[in-house]
Design a protein around this ligand. Structure first.
Ligand code: BGC
Length: 819
């Protein structure tokens, strides 16, 4: 099939739809000012433009029937509507053909030269349908490493490069806006979508998101930073009311978004499903107008998350310009509201202007013809390399890694050695052409993996899968995701047999999760099962008895418990979910072809109970006035039903390392931690001044003092003086990464501090204030491995920025306080 060009489509539609065709005199977008185009539109056309054109994809009837609300009645899968006329419905049919598998579209109006905007997921690559009816051509996309891995690279340029490759696929497959990056804070390790997010720290989050947005948008397509804001769990995400202090919002949950908006100008923002302090984010003028536009200067448009919020009129007024996926009922609501005077038409015009401004930047509008043939080979090379840079060596006793020269034969234990998990499930999944398994990756790097063990695992997985229940997560079930099966028992005999035949053991532990549900704190998810722990023990014992080594590989999308078993194996490689080249990327690290240079952008606690939000995640049910609501069970199943639910962020600003540091809780692996095959020495810390005068530059020399080439991620933490409000012990304020340094080679890294780096948010005055006093700069290899420090002073307290008072909770939030 020839590729579709949206403007050709527009022309065809123009001819086809006589009702829309009539007026060739209408002002054309691109030729006339936007305001003139808008003033020529009818009220119905305006309403159609701010409401998306619905969600259309084929799902099996068996699954449809099980959806809450029941198949056709569910808000996702509306039956065709006739009230808007034939032309509208014909348009819907045509839109589906442009990029099958797109998540949403805006309506098009040929008579005004208004084409559609195609919106597609998601953070780890473009998610579209890989096959289309009537053609053998395929439309696979690259599955890049998950966001959590990318953040672990601490390499902004690399993330931009990944973004360029991703953006190029968006462009060449004919989409306009990638619904990415995801950038919520990893408040709690059990959030099922953490893999789509970067970090527990807002600075890392903001920097990574900005780098990603710059990369994607450099291809001439748009992004949608999401989910704005405080969407830190999946449980009852459609209805949860997040109660959180203004300070925690500003310093932790909003800060990353602010950085991304101010530094990278994303074309769009996606509001989240949840409420914040009683109001749906998509209905909050405080959030979408006061904070996003007035305080930060955002210029694009805001869209809802898919079916997010409950009142389109409130959404329009708040500055949520576009409703997705949209349904005809909402169009009528808008029309009626304008007619009755409930909604000022000017609000509609304002929102449309924002949408059209972005539309005019799209490739299609500018006349670009996409090829449907992005360079997938080149992008595979980028993902293979990026993945190695974000893998984290957690442990490496006696140089167990990289493999010694005499290692040739490898035994691969663990199901995911044979079925690598490239990324998480749900809208953040990607339809890639292939996945390289660990054993194939090893083979490609010249190793021989034990064939009998491979056979044993493959037949075990096949048998288990035959009676594996469907995933509980409804989205994963709908998308036919194969969740990992339970591990097989590895007996001491099997381990001994393998230790005799092979040179080294790999033991892979796999975890998967995704949109629609949170993870569990128990065995099989956050914790290892007994079978998994026994596997690690039996294999390691057998290999040690034979004078050989055993290495654990974590193929996971989020934090797990490690403290109870980490002493056993010789080495632990945290590979995350590394994208479609998984096996090759891991093999490159095991062989030493690549030196892992990732460091944790999220803390690994000793146990789940240590997590500051563990006793208020994911919140609790609340009483509703509607009796039907209260029938909802509190199990947390939340995909479609709006269970009255609330969560209070008692942890305040003490999220991640801010908590472990201030409350003296020892983590298993701290924020910023990661080993290398080489060693680095830090020296020559220099501050541009010992007094802060609007800006400060910090430089430090980093030297490779080991035997192999490598890169080092270096972190700058700042401790603020005591002021009138409590402050974290230290906070990350900048970071950098060396290029690959040869043994003996050095590089000077430069860091910058701005007034904002010194400031904390004062709720009473809605001001960011830097207190006068002495500030300590700490240069760390991790948050608990500070190599150099120095101080500077600020003579006078500085009011850095006054913002609008917004999003205040109804009553002060009870927050934990360090002694
Ligand atoms: C997800 C978004 C996604 C959208 C479109 C929603 O369910 O929360 O992240 O972009 O669907 O697929």
């Amino acid at each position: 099939m020839k590729h579709f060009h949206k403007h050709l489509l527009l022309g065809a539609l123009l001819l086809m739809l006589s009702s829309h065709w009539v007026n060739a005199q209408e002002p054309k977008l691109g030729e006339e000012p936007i305001s003139k185009v808008i003033s020529a539109m009818t009220l119905q056309q305006k309403a159609e433009l701010v409401i998306g054109t619905g969600m259309h994809f084929e799902i099996p009837d068996s699954i449809k029937a099980k959806l809450p609300g029941g198949g056709e009645n569910s808000p996702f899968f509306q039956a065709p509507d006739t009230t808007l006329g034939k032309a509208y419905n014909q348009m819907l049919d045509e839109l589906q053909k442009i990029v099958p598998g797109a998540a949403g579209h805006t309506a098009m109006f040929p008579e005004f030269n208004i084409s559609t905007m195609v919106l597609t997921d998601g953070p780890a690559g473009l998610r579209i349908q890989p096959k289309r009816k009537g053609t053998d051509q395929t439309y696979y996309c690259t599955a890049f490493p998950i966001a959590t891995l990318l953040a672990s690279t601490w390499d902004k340029d690399l993330v931009t490069k990944v973004g360029e490759a991703m953006g190029n696929e968006v462009l060449e497959y004919g989409s306009d806006v990638l619904l990415a990056p995801g950038m919520n804070i990893q408040r709690n390790p059990l959030c099922g979508r953490n893999f789509e997010y970067y970090s527990e720290d807002p600075f890392v989050t903001g920097q990574m998101a900005a780098s990603m947005v710059k990369g994607i948008q450099s291809e001439g397509v748009g992004t949608s930073i999401k989910h704005f804001v405080a969407n830190n769990q999946e449980t009852n995400r459609l209805s949860v009311n997040t109660i959180v202090s203004e300070r925690a919002l500003r310093e932790i949950y909003l800060e990353g978004f602010r950085i991304a908006v101010e530094e990278a100008n994303p074309w769009t923002v996606m509001s989240s499903y949840n409420k914040v302090n009683g109001t749906y984010t998509s209905e909050s003028g405080d959030l979408l107008t006061k904070i996003l536009r007035d305080d930060w200067g955002f210029k694009g448009y805001v869209m809802t998350d898919w079916t997010g919020g409950s009142d389109v009129i409130a959404q329009m007024e708040a500055g949520n310009d576009l409703i997705q996926p949209g349904n005809p009922k909402q169009i009528h609501e808008i029309i009626d509201a304008v007619k009755s005077g409930k909604l000022d038409e000017k609000v509609l015009d304002r929102n449309i202007a924002r949408i059209l401004k972005v539309l005019m930047m799209t490739p299609d509008f500018k006349g670009f013809h996409h090829t449907d043939k992005p360079d997938l080979k080149a992008h595979a090379a980028i993902t293979r390399k990026a993945a190695t840079d974000g893998m984290i060596l957690l442990k490496n006793n006696n140089s167990a890694l990289p493999f010694a020269g005499n290692v040739k034969n490898v035994a691969a234990f663990g199901n995911t050695s044979y079925e690598m998990i490239t990324g998480g499930t749900g809208s953040g999944d990607v339809n890639e052409a292939y996945t390289i398994s660990l054993t194939d990756g090893l083979k490609n790097d010249g190793y021989i993996t034990d064939a009998s063990l491979k056979g044993t695992y493959e037949s075990y997985i096949k048998d288990e899968r035959a009676h594996q229940p469907k995933p509980k997560n409804i989205l994963a079930a709908m998308m036919g995701v194969k969740m990992p099966v339970a591990e097989m028992n590895v007996t001491p005999e099997l381990a001994k047999d393998m230790a005799a035949k092979t040179d080294v053991a790999l033991i892979t532990i796999g975890r998967n999760s995704g949109e629609g549900s949170d993870r569990s704190a128990g065995p099989g998810d956050f914790e290892l099962t007994n079978t998994e722990k026994t596997m690690i023990k039996n294999v390691t014992d057998a290999y040690h008895a034979a004078g050989k080594k055993a290495i654990v590989i974590l193929n996971i999308g989020g934090v797990i418990e490690t403290a109870s078993w980490r002493d056993i194996p010789d080495a632990i490689l945290l590979a995350w979910q590394p994208g479609q080249e998984s096996g090759n990327s891991i093999a490159d690290v095991l062989s030493g072809k690549a030196n892992p240079s990732g460091k944790l952008a999220v803390t690994f606690p000793m146990k789940y109970a240590d997590v500051p939000s563990s006793d208020n995640f994911p919140g609790h049910a609340i009483k509703s006035d509607k009796p039907a609501d209260n029938k909802a069970d509190g199990s947390g199943f939340s995909f479609m039903r709006r269970v009255p639910w609330e969560v209070t962020y008692h942890d305040g600003i003490y999220v991640g390392y801010r908590y472990y540091d201030a409350f003296n809780v020892k983590p298993a692996y701290e924020f910023g931690y990661g080993l290398s095959y080489t060693t680095f020495e830090y020296s020559n810390l220099k501050l541009s001044s010992d007094k802060f005068d609007g800006q400060l530059t910090v430089t430090v020399d980093v030297k490779n003092t080991g035997k192999v080439a490598g890169q080092e991620a270096v972190q700058l933490y700042l401790s603020a003086p005591k002021g009138t409000i409590a402050k974290p012990v230290k906070e990350l304020k900048d970071f950098g990464k060396t290029r690959s340094l040869k043994p003996g080679e050095s590089q000077t890294l430069t860091f910058k501090l701005s007034p904002r780096s010194l400031a904390s948010f004062h709720t009473d005055s809605s001001e960011w204030i830097a207190d006068a006093g002495t500030y300590k700069v700490e240069i760390g290899a991790s948050s608990r491995n500070i190599r150099l420090d120095d101080t500077f002073s600020l003579d006078k307290t500085l009011m850095v920025k006054k913002v609008t008072k917004a999003l205040a909770p109804a009553a002060p939030v009870k927050e934990i306080k360090p002694n």
